[in-house]
Design a protein around this ligand. Structure first.
Ligand code: FE
Length: 146
């Protein structure tokens, strides 16, 4: 089980940049092709920008053409969760951090093999840690602030 992170909105507001707060805690979406990672091809691990939990690996990242970082699977299914999202007049599946409940993006059934799924994730929700191999849980601060 992933260790749960529970902070007040005031704590999140103090820790995150305004953009990150808007996306992670208020379910915002960055504009496509504007984020830090949609075109990142380096090997490494993508962690939650809010709590540092390992979410995705460059091994499952692919170019979806959407302008957002896209992955066909999470590193550990226990580290992300999904919920039905009917906002903005659409029926979508929201992807959240399994540890801190941060909004990450949405899940669509148009991804590549082997899963056929596309985890369409905001760059602002992620902190990229360069390097091969899967680390454990982040103990250092990886809030992704500039
Ligand atoms: Fe998190």
């Amino acid at each position: 089980m992933v260790k749960k992170v529970d902070k007040s909105e005031e704590e999140w507001k103090a820790e995150l940049s305004p953009d990150q707060y808007q996306i992670l805690r208020q379910k915002g979406t960055e504009r496509p092709f504007t984020g830090q990672y949609w075109d990142n091809h380096e090997a490494g691990t993508y962690r939650c920008a809010g709590c540092g939990t390992e979410l995705f690996s460059s091994d499952t990242k692919y170019d979806s053409g959407s302008g957002w970082p896209s992955f066909y699977a999470p590193t550990d299914p226990d580290h992300v969760k999904t919920e039905a999202d009917s906002s903005h007049g659409m029926r979508r599946t929201e992807v959240l951090c399994g540890a801190c409940n941060a909004h990450l993006g949405h899940l669509f059934p148009d991804g590549p093999r082997p899963t056929g799924m596309r985890y369409c994730i905001n760059s602002a929700s992620l902190t990229f840690v360069k390097g091969g191999g899967h680390g454990g849980h982040a103990s250092e601060s990886t809030t992704g602030r500039d």
